[in-house]
Design a protein around this ligand. Structure first.
Ligand SMILES: Nc1ncnc2c1ncn2[C@@H]1O[C@H](COP(=O)(O)OP(=O)(O)OP(=O)(O)O)[C@@H](O)[C@H]1O
Ligand SMILES: Nc1nc2c(ncn2[C@@H]2O[C@H](COP(=O)(O)O)[C@@H](O)[C@H]2O)c(=O)[nH]1
Length: 416
């Protein structure tokens, strides 16, 4: 029945017969991937190019390899459904959220809990070897519902103890930008700003790509529909949003990401897997807020009135919604800044030089991967085999798509 039915995989034509001839039986988590290529450290299932890796979860097979829509910069993912015997999605390509890895010489893959696949790039630099493909995580399920199509999401594993992103909200004019600028100036290697997109016009000193990505409403709406945004909201009559990429860029640089977003955006981020710290900044009074907005001189009178009207509801929501773990009052700027540093665990006596340096362990090109509880064991194979094993402890990771998976710690375990 399958003979003669051809399909494209990694830009090459293969028969479904060859695919099913090599699928292993699915029996629980430990066996929910192709044992062949994991044992041998190379792909032996005869399916796709020999650099492709196929992972089976339930009735679905995820083929990781080739390029995404012919773009050589993005690794491809395809999904096959065993029950219908069909490739899912238009041209069998799901909507891919987040920036994934570039194609390389080969991959090892292993199924984790919560609809995630750990993908290890073979022979890649130490800071680019560990990736997570979310195929049925809470974020992916939600996006599938929202976008009404098949979705997978990439999240890169970032080494070291990169701390939680920080979400700062508060009414317009309260001083969020001022506090963030002070923090970034004092600790340039520690914090990075997530540059939002907005459809509002730039103010005279604002630079595109630095303060905001200034964009067009139709362009931004299309990008929202394509799943490019972690969150977005209509604020004071304009569209604002945090792209997944803007958070990835900061996290990839090893810095702690700061998001300056409104309460609606904070609510969306809270519901995502970003796992952030949420801070709300309050003004000492509405009169002072109005004075600050006027003194800033960036808005028209009509805009100031609109922002002040919205401020009342924002302050109420900020204090009572349960989104924010910390509330700061920005009366005296220096005092408020000190309180902000305290709650971020930066105290004036301790030297802060940025994120803890992480020793880069390069993963062996040829290896086997096994999983035992929360530990992933990577063992080099081949002629140059050393006996040391590299262990990735999954219990220390946090975050995930959208954004990055933080807290990747690799240890070398000497064999006795
Ligand atoms: N504690 C303070 N006392 C007096 N003025 C302040 C204080 N904090 C900030 N300001 C001033 O208030 C004005 C508004 O601050 P800022 O632009 O940082 O607000 P914001 O919360 O980022 O506003 P928006 O949400 O509109 O971007 C600025 O001119 C800033 O210098
Ligand atoms: N939900 C989001 N809100 C955002 C984002 N970027 C900024 N903002 C908020 O908009 C208002 C107005 O900002 P302004 O620069 O026009 O004064 C302010 O409260 C910001 O916090 C975003 O990406 N998402």
């Amino acid at each position: 029945m399958l003979s003669g039915f051809g399909f494209f995989c990694s830009n090459r034509l293969f028969s479904l017969r060859s695919l099913f001839a090599f699928f292993p039986k699915f029996c629980g988590e430990a066996a929910a991937f192709f044992v062949d290529h994991l044992v041998n450290g190379q792909h032996t299932n005869g399916f796709g190019e020999d650099r492709d890796t196929t992972v089976q979860i339930g009735d679905r097979s995820y083929v990781i390899g080739g390029s995404h829509e012919g773009n050589p910069l993005f690794l491809g993912v395809q999904i096959h459904d065993k029950t219908t015997n069909k490739w899912l999605c238009f041209r069998s390509i799901p909507t891919v959220l987040g920036t994934g890895p570039k194609p390389c010489k080969g991959y090892s893959a292993i199924v984790l809990k919560q609809g995630r696949i750990l993908v290890i790039k073979k022979g890649s630099a130490s800071d680019d070897s560990i990736w997570f493909l979310e195929v049925d995580s809470p974020f992916v399920r939600e996006q599938r519902k929202l976008l009404g199509k098949e979705v997978v999401a990439w999240s890169k594993g970032v080494r070291g103890n990169a701390e939680k992103p920080i979400v700062i909200s508060g009414p317009s004019g309260v001083g969020k930008g001022t506090l963030i600028t002070m923090l970034m100036k004092e600790f340039p290697s520690m914090f990075g700003f997530s540059v939002s997109h907005t459809t509002r016009s730039p103010r005279c000193m604002e630079k595109n790509g630095v303060h905001y990505h200034f964009t067009d409403k139709t362009v931004m709406e299309k990008e929202i529909n394509d799943g490019k945004f972690l969150e977005f909201a209509s604020v004071h009559g304009n569209l604002y949003g945090t792209s997944i990429e803007s958070v990835e860029v900061v996290t990839d640089s090893g810095k702690r990401c700061i998001l300056d977003i409104d309460v609606q955006g904070a609510r969306s981020v809270k519901a995502s897997s970003l796992d952030a710290v949420f801070i709300f900044v309050c003004p000492p009074s509405m009169k002072e807020l109005e004075d600050r907005l006027r003194a800033r001189g960036t808005e028209t009178e009509e805009q100031i009135q609109k922002r002040l009207r919205n401020a009342e509801a924002e302050i109420k929501a900020g204090k009572s919604s349960g989104i924010f773990e910390h509330i700061l009052y920005n009366d005296n700027l220096e005092e408020c800044y000190k309180n902000l540093k305290n709650l971020l665990g930066i105290n004036d006596d301790a030297p802060v030089n940025g994120v803890e340096a992480v020793e880069g362990i390069n993963l062996p090109k040829e290896h086997t991967v096994t999983k035992k509880e929360d530990k992933i064991m990577i063992q080099e194979t081949g002629e140059a085999t050393k006996n040391d094993m590299i262990v990735l402890d999954l219990s220390s990771i946090n975050g995930g798509a959208p954004g990055r998976t933080r807290g990747i710690v690799l240890d070398t375990v000497k064999s006795s």
